[in-house]
Design a protein around this ligand. Sequence first.
Ligand code: SF4
Ligand code: SF4
Length: 356
Amino acid sequence: MPKVLIHPATYDTAAQAVDRGFGLFPLKLKGKKVLIKPNVLRAAEPHEGIATHPALLRAVVERVESMGPASIIVGDNPGLFNYGANEEAFNSTGLMEAAKGYYRNIGNDSQKVEFNPAFMPTVSLSRAVRETDVIISLPKFKTHGLTVMTGCIKNSYGFLPGAQKAALHRAAGSSERFQEMLVDVFMLRIPDLFIVDAVVGMEGNGPASPDLREIGLILASDNGVSLDAVIAHMMGCEPDRLRFLRKANKAGLGAYDLSEIEIVGELKRLPGFKLPPFGGEFILTNQAIQTFIHNRTIMRPLADAALCTGCGTCVDQCPVSALSMQADQVPLVNADLCIACFCCQEICPEKAIALR
Ligand code: SF4
Ligand code: SF4
């Protein structure tokens, strides 16, 4: 039976809750490569509650350090509004400092992997996700206009670098299909442990709403589906209303029926919790967001011949071989093949690639 820990916490006492989580869900980390992935939607101050709080990240990093891993990477690929601005987002949220030197830009090295052709035949996945032994996911307890809530499954969307997230938004087309697609991304590499920042959560029209909610909890589990079901219940949403939980359950990834989940701690609904409208109306009817997504999707990289040294790094790194070196030693993109991950822009040592 899957188990979910619900532990009282403040940001000052986060380490105690983290220790309890590691006690209940033991991981063997000695000699292992570990990736720790907070939720870094975009650049924001810690008090805005948009990203995982740095106190939780620091507590997890210190706990992992003490367990003798071979290496630690802390990284994420920020969302649509901050694609590629990984350092800026980590700095402003306080997560860079909390990462204690283990931060790495996981957006500038990726590889092509097969995906669900109903959305895209291939996606570009951060290489660190494939090449680490253990992944610890640190979601934030938040609402989301398209998926009602964001938690463990949604946090894995950040395994995809760059603006291909915009392309997938468009390929999905509806809230229901977007939720299904999220489960496909989650299944690319399911994290081994989830520790959720629910000390201060978010309600209303997340994932960047100003409506913060003092909850005073840290949640943990080694099953992201069951932990998301607990979050949904706390928000006042029956888990079986969420398409992504139904699909994940059907795929055998975990239970969402609370009678099939062992709760360690006290599970209570949050009274009067403000959910976003169901069905993704907020995002699907918001013209400004739709235009933004559209613009992201049609952007393509273009190398500046005056800056490019012809080193070929971008050509080698493109996960879908959309770049080729021309006779003048400047790369050119095949717009039909390009999936708008923009890894080439991130990795170019001369900053020669712009978006057009
Ligand atoms: S990585 Fe930059 S400098 Fe190197 S070939 Fe590509 S555009 Fe030119
Ligand atoms: S050309 Fe650049 S943006 Fe397009 S798929 Fe290749 S690496 Fe990604």
